[in-house]
Write a protein that binds this ligand. Structure first.
Ligand SMILES: Cc1cc2nc3c(=O)[nH]c(=O)nc-3n(C[C@H](O)[C@H](O)[C@H](O)COP(=O)(O)O)c2cc1C
Length: 212
């Protein structure tokens, strides 16, 4: 199984819980499937470009009609799409920033959402994602508690973005492990949140190792 592992926490690595949990998951999976291959990107260091006017024009120009300049503009996105297409599964670890995903992960999504490469579109029909043979695990870390009954219930704007962006690309097999509260809570609650997340990750590692 080939995994594309994406980290998106801007914190110093040793203090990042999403990085820690992503690593924890891959170690558990590796124990069960020593042959896994990992492709890795840290989108806070390898920051994906924002959508520009040139990019927006190039992506909607038919491949055969693209100029050399357009091809150059798309080079980076082409390469990133290929990395995603080569993977069997994606592991995306990220914190919640201002109730949604980090902007570095948003530009990653912009980069890999490409007509003709990761989805097909026909006029008058619903687009078809081309990544339907893949699965994705989202590991999210939150400072507050957004679970039902928690103080910030209803504030989660990251789950719908992640769910729908990858559903659009055809990935229906999605798992979410949300660690919370990790900041705006006492020490005992933070420790319990990490333990809960690790337990859920143990379970996903078992499921993934059995399904391939
Ligand atoms: C700029 C910034 C914005 C944040 N916004 C939120 C937020 O809206 N809701 C929340 O629950 N936590 C928020 N947090 C807290 C982080 O999500 C939390 O500390 C998380 O565990 C960080 O993950 P990491 O350790 O992998 O970086 C924010 C943190 C930062 C630095």
């Amino acid at each position: 199984m080939k995994i594309f592992h994406i980290d998106a926490s801007s914190k110093f690595h040793q203090w990042s819980n999403s990085r820690l949990l992503g690593k924890y998951f891959l170690e558990r999976l590796h124990e069960k499937q020593p042959q896994i291959i990992i492709d890795y990107i840290d989108v806070t260091e390898d920051v994906q470009p924002h959508v520009t006017a040139e990019y927006a024009q190039a992506i909607y120009t038919l491949e055969a009609e693209r100029t050399e300049q357009m091809r150059q503009v798309l080079k980076h996105s082409d390469a990133m799409c290929k990395r995603v297409l080569q993977a069997d599964a994606l592991v995306c670890a990220m914190p919640m920033y201002n109730w949604t995903i980090p902007s570095t992960f948003k530009t990653f999504i912009d980069c890999i959402t490409r007509m003709g490469m990761t989805y097909d579109a026909k006029p008058g029909e619903r687009s078809q994602g081309k990544l339907s043979d893949k699965k994705v695990l989202f590991i999210t870390t939150r400072g507050a508690d957004l679970r039902p009954g928690g103080l910030y219930e209803g504030m989660d704007a990251m789950t719908p973005v992640l769910k729908n962006s990858f559903l659009f690309l055809g990935i229906e097999e999605q798992k979410f492990v949300n660690a919370q509260p990790l900041q705006f809570a006492d020490q005992a609650a933070r420790v319990a949140a990490l333990l809960r997340a690790k337990k859920e990750l143990d379970q996903v590692a078992i499921e993934w190792s059995l399904s391939t």
